[in-house]
Design a protein around this ligand. Sequence first.
Ligand SMILES: [Zn+2]
Length: 194
Amino acid sequence: MIQQRFGIPATSTGAILRAEARNGAPVGVEAAKIISTGSLAPDEMVLQLVAAWLDKIDGTFLFDGFPRTVRQAEQFEVLLCERRQALDLAILLELPEPVIQVRMLRRLTCSNCGKVISIGRHVREANNPCPNCGGKLEARDDDNVGALARRMHEYREKTVPVTDFYDRRGILARVDASRAGESVFKDVSELIIA
Ligand SMILES: [Zn+2]
């Protein structure tokens, strides 16, 4: 949505990794295996993919779900410094754990166009076709309760310190993501254009 509204190139490390895995790139296949267990991909691997993506981008960009660890944040800072760029905003979307679980278990991805679909919102049932292109909807490998518990544990251990990292640099903004999508999008938009 941010990409469409503002024309800012946006990606997530998950999207980069899945694209690499689909292309059969060894780094992507290896990362997909790790992520399917609910663990985070190794920092070196993630940074390498982020750097390759940034090579294709000129100017402003947006990452979704990155950095996930303090080490990634530190290495990312070095990477941007080498490119004479700096991060000017980090947005934390805050969501209570039970809400995360419900949303995740309803989330499907179109195997054809890649659109993220929510059961009950975009489609009625998991076996409905993609409303965007008619493609087949699939749950991601890492969207199950066991993997979620591991992801939440990693989040508390590794990602919460990242918010402190950006807080100390004075660029952290918190957004309550438990509200309707439009309100969250409005707040995020205002932060981006500010
Ligand atoms: Zn589709």
